[in-house]
Design a protein around this ligand. Sequence first.
Ligand code: GLC
Ligand code: GLC
Length: 661
Amino acid sequence: MTSGAVSAPGSGGTSAREQLGQTAAALGGRPGGDAAFFLRLGYRYGAIRDLFSSLYSGKPGDGGLFERLQTLLLEKYCERPDRLKAIDLERERRGSRPDPRSRGPWYLEPGLTAYMLYLDRFAGTLRGFRERIPYLEELGVRLVHFMPFFRTHEGKNDGGFAVSDYLGVDPRCGTNEELVEIAEKLHDRGMYLAADLALNHSADDHPWALAAKSGDERCRGYYYVFPDRREPDRFEAAMPQVFPETAPGNFTRVPEMGAWVMTVFHDFQWDLNWSNPELFLEMVAVLLGLANMGIDLIRLDAVPYLWKEAGTSCQNLPQAHAIVRLLKACADVVAPGVAFLAEAIVQPSEIVKYLDSGGIEECQVAYHASLMALLWEALATRKTGLLAASFGEEVRLPENTGWLSYARCHDDIGLGYDDRKIERAGFTPGMHRRFLLDFYTGIFPGSWATGRRFMENPATGEARISGTCASLCGLESALASGDALALELAIRRIELLYALISSLVGIPMVFSGDELALRNDYSWENDPELAEDNRWMHRPAMDWAVAERRHAEGTIEARIFSHIRRCFAVRRGIPAFAQDALFDVLPSPAENVLVCSRRPKDGSGSAVLVLANFALERRQVPCSSLRGVDLRAARDLLGDAPLVIEGDAVVLGAYGVVWMG
Ligand code: GLC
Ligand code: GLC
C-alpha cells in the first residue's frame, strides 16, 4: 500500500480547483460529496502552500510537486471510509476552546485515561487483544496506545521502531483488516486508538532501503548517503549520540553502496531525508494511510530529529517544526478528527514548541517525560524542591493541547533536568545525576531500587535508567528480602506515583503491567535479539494468571489495580482535574511535601488541592499554608474519607497523597 505513485495532474490552463474536481471525478468521488474536502483545503490552502514552498521550493521537479501533494490529499480523502468521515464531522462540530459552547477536542475530554502496550507482549495478536478490551475497560482506560506493530526489521528491530512496511501489519500480530476492526470496536465503545508513525527512520530492509542498496537513485535520495567520511565527520562534530553504548556514532558504512548512511539510532535504522520532497510525499501517503485505518492519535516518533544540518545538534531545527505543521495541515484536510502526539524527549521549553509554534498548530498532545523524571527524582531524594520548581514552570500549554503523563513507559528515564534548577534545589548537577543513577541501580546505600544503567556514555559518564515502576519503587527487593515494612512502602510509592499522574496534569497513562506491579523481567538477557538493550527489562510480557489476582483480596495486584482504577474513576468526576484546568504549585510547608492547587478554567466548580508526601514518615501540613479550599468542608476525594486533622494541620502518612476538595 505504500504509494508514492501520485501522478502529476494534466496541465493546460485549468485552475487548480478545476483540476482537482476532475481528479475527484476520476477517483470516483461523488459530485458534491467532496464539499468538506474542498472547504477544508480552501481554508488551509495558503498555509500548506507557504509551508511547502518554504521547505521545498527550488528542489528538482519543483514544478509539479505541489499539485501532486493536492492530488494525493484528494486520493486519500476519497479512500477514507465513510465511518471515519462521519467521526471527523462530529469532532469538527465539537469545536475548540476557548469557545465556551464547544465541548472541546476529543483528546481534552475530561476523564480521558490511557494504557500503553506491546500487542505481542500484552495479548499475542490483534485477535487476542479483542478479548482483552474488557480488562482495559475494567481499569477505566479510554485511550489504547499500541506500541509499533507494523512489519519490522528481521531480527533486531528496536521494539518495532525499525519499520519495513509502514502500512502493513506484522503478520505475527494479525492483518490490516483486524486492525481496522479493532479501531471500529474501540470507537463503538467510546474509546480511542493511538499508534506510531516512526517517521525519522525506516528499517534498512524497508523496500526503499533495499532499492537504494541495489542502486536505485530515487530511493537513495530518501536517505542521507555520503560517499566518504567528509560530510559525516562534519555532522558528527556537533551531533550527540542516542545509543552510545551499542550504536556509537551517527553513521553506518554500507558496503553494498560503498557509502556512509546516517543512522542516528541503530545501524539498522536509516534516517529518512525529509529535505527531499519525494520522500515527503511518500510519508504523507503513509500518514494518511494510518489515519484511514482508524487511528485517532498518531504518535510522531523521535520528532525532534526530523531535520538534519551539519554543524547543528540536528535536533529541534526550525524545519522539523515546519514539517510537523505541514503534516498536520494535510491531515486536517483529509482526516481532521486525527490528532498528533509528540514524542519529543527534550527540554520542556522545546517540547512545548511541538504543540504550537507561534499560534500555528503542530501536535495536540505531548509526552510529559519531564514529569516522569522529576517524580523519580523526588522519590529518591524525598524532597520536592526540584519537582516543584520545574513542574510549576514547565507544564503550561497552549490552548487546545494537552500532556500525556506517566510514571513509566517503554523507554528509559533520562536525567535531563535543568542544571540551574538542580542548583537552586540545593544540589550539584553532576553529583546529583550520579546519585540518582546509583540510587536507582541499587548501589547507593539504603536504596530500595533494582534498576540498571542504560546507555552509559564512557566519554561523558552520562547514563539513563531502566526498570519497571514496581522494581524502581522497591517491590522487587522487598519481596526478595521478605521485609513486610519495605513491601508496604514499595506499594505506597507506586500508589503515590499513580495518584499524582492522575491529578497533576494531562491524560494519565498506565504502562502495561504497572497496574499489576509487574517487576523487571530478566529474560531479555538470554535473547540474542534483545540482549544489548536493557530497556527490555521494563517491558514484561503480560501475565494473565497474575492478572487474575487483581480480584483476590489482600494481594499486591488487587491493591495496585484497584488503586489505579479508583484514581481514574474519581478523577473523571472532578472538574478541577480537566485537561485544561488551571494549576499552581503552592509554596510547600515542608521539604518533602508537594502542594498543588487545581481549579476549573471557567471558574465553575471548586478547587482541589493535591498534597503529596515523599517522606517515609508522616508529615503535617499546616492549614494556614493551604489556600483556595474550604477547610471545614474539605474531604479527601481520593480516599473518600474525612481529612485527618491534628491541631491545625492536615496529616499525611508515609507517601500519602490527598486530593483535598
Ligand atoms: C523513540 C522510541 C524508542 C526508540 C526510538 C527510535 O524514541 O520511543 O523506543 O528506540 O524512538 O525509534
Ligand atoms: C533519546 C531520544 C528519544 C528516545 C530515547 C530512547 O532520549 O531522544 O527519542 O526515546 O533516547 O532511549
